[in-house]
Ligand binder design. Structure first.
Ligand code: PFF
Length: 442
């Protein structure tokens, strides 16, 4: 094996990690999850999980990845062996599951970028916009076609390798998206009737909190920060020693969370201003935002830019979901990168087809009362990622604790004042919290 491809700069790594974290999870999923789970209470529980467990597991993944210099399976084997590589294996499987439905929604954003450009979304009537979304997702050619296009783009970037593809795309496009989301949130909060939505988002009503709310917030924290499946671990395996890991983990966590909160301000006030249903589910962002664009000068331009950039943010995340799978095939199965990208891309695409059809023609096919896409999302986000995350935390906290503390502090060149708190969270807090949430679900 030749020397591993590495990120050119620390900035390149931050942008790639942030590009992984910021995606559909922030802009599509977070607002509708908050809408379904009572708004303010969900926000607070989510923030609590992000700041404690989320940050800690991210640092744990960075540490394992950089110390192991391999894909998730190989990194666990290199550092300890035994049954631990299976944790990496669980992550590779989770990557399959997540990307299969992620690519479907990524396809929706591509389709909506085109619709926006052609003026097909110009309306602020909830019924018209809801019906347009309904018509779009019930038509198999469209949803499968765009799912296919999204997978081809993801696989293409992956085939180009870390530096060529991932780093360049993130560096240019992320900052533009930040500006756009802030502008849109600014418009949404000044709509007439927005106050009710702001109140819904910021005032917690704990009487509505159920076990489901807590599980949803935990799953969303892992999903949004790209944790529990080895994506951040894999990116960190392309790092050199100099990078300050705790600082980088903190920056990525804060950036991702800020993005989600701003997306909440972009969607929820508009939901109330226009009389949409906050619990409408996966269609919420796609139905609400066109109504906001319709209230803006040059709305069509904003609409196109927004959905195009969202598609790109989704792509940089999709790439990070696929990279562990491909890195595994390259490192462990000795496959050339291009073949690995093709093989895994085709399999993930196939698993995505039922998700693509699940809001339309296959509406009636349910698993545990959920449509296929929702069921895949639930399985991955609410079960597989938290489980993977806890095993990662336990590994760092107990199994390689001394080595992990050295690695996390770059052998002393970046001392981390909270190192003991971090280890304590990895040892006790994260496992207890996740076990409590998962077990009370059963
Ligand atoms: N964090 C991404 C998002 O918020 O859209 C999704 C994601 C990426 C989940 C990578 C998991 C992952 F490993």
């Amino acid at each position: 094996m030749g020397p591993r491809d590495h990120f050119a700069t620390r900035l390149g790594f931050i942008l790639a990690a942030a590009g992984s974290a910021v995606g559909l999870g922030n802009i599509w999923k977070f607002p509708f999850m908050a809408g379904q789970n009572g708004g303010g209470a969900f926000l607070i529980i989510y923030l609590a999980f992000v700041l404690t467990i989320g940050f800690s597991v991210m640092l744990a993944e960075f540490t394992i990845g950089r110390a192991g210099q391999r894909n998730p399976v190989g990194a666990f084997r290199a550092l300890k062996g035994g049954a631990w590589p299976a944790v990496g294996g669980l992550g590779v499987v989770a990557g399959f599951v997540i990307l299969s439905f992620y690519s479907v929604v990524g396809g929706w954003t591509l389709a909506y970028a085109i619709k926006a450009a052609t003026g097909a979304l110009a309306s602020n009537d909830p019924e018209t916009l809801g019906a347009a979304f309904g018509a779009f997702i019930s038509e198999p050619e469209g949803v499968i076609g765009f799912h296919t296009l999204f997978m081809v783009l993801t696989g293409g970037i992956i085939a180009g390798g870390v530096r060529g593809g991932i780093e360049r795309a993130s560096r240019i496009l992320m900052p533009v998206l930040v500006v756009l989301v802030i502008v849109l949130a600014g418009r949404a909060v000044t709509l007439e009737g927005a106050a009710k939505g702001i109140d819904f988002f910021l005032t917690p009503d704990f009487s509505k909190v159920t076990w489901g709310t807590v599980n949803a917030a935990l799953g969303q924290a892992f999903f949004s920060l790209s944790l529990g499946m080895g994506a951040m671990l894999t990116y960190a395996s392309y790092l050199d020693k100099q990078v300050n890991l705790p600082k980088t983990a903190a920056q990525v966590t804060i950036l991702d969370t800020t993005f989600a909160v701003i997306a909440g301000f972009m969607v929820l006030p508009a939901v109330f201003a226009f009389g949409f249903d906050p619990a409408a589910g996966p269609g919420l962002t796609f139905i609400t935002l066109p109504a906001v664009f319709a209230q803006m000068p040059a709305g069509q331009v904003f609409a196109f830019l927004f959905f195009a950039l969202l598609a790109i943010a989704a792509l940089t995340s999709a790439v990070s979901i696929m990279e562990p799978v491909v890195a595994y095939l390259i490192d462990e199965r000795r496959m050339p990168r291009r073949w690995a990208a093709l093989l895994s891309g085709v399999m993930i695409w196939a698993l995505g087809v039922p998700s693509a059809l699940s809001l339309g023609p296959w509406k009636d096919m349910t698993i545990g009362g959920k449509g296929f896409l929702d069921a895949m999302d639930y399985l991955a986000s609410n079960i597989m990622l938290p489980t993977g995350g806890v095993l990662i935390a336990l590994f760092v906290g107990w199994s390689i604790s001394a080595r992990a503390q050295e690695e996390a502090q770059s052998d002393g060149s970046h001392p981390f004042p909270l190192i003991r708190v971090w280890i304590f969270i990895c040892r006790f807090v994260a496992p207890a919290a996740v076990a409590w949430v998962l077990i009370s679900g059963l």
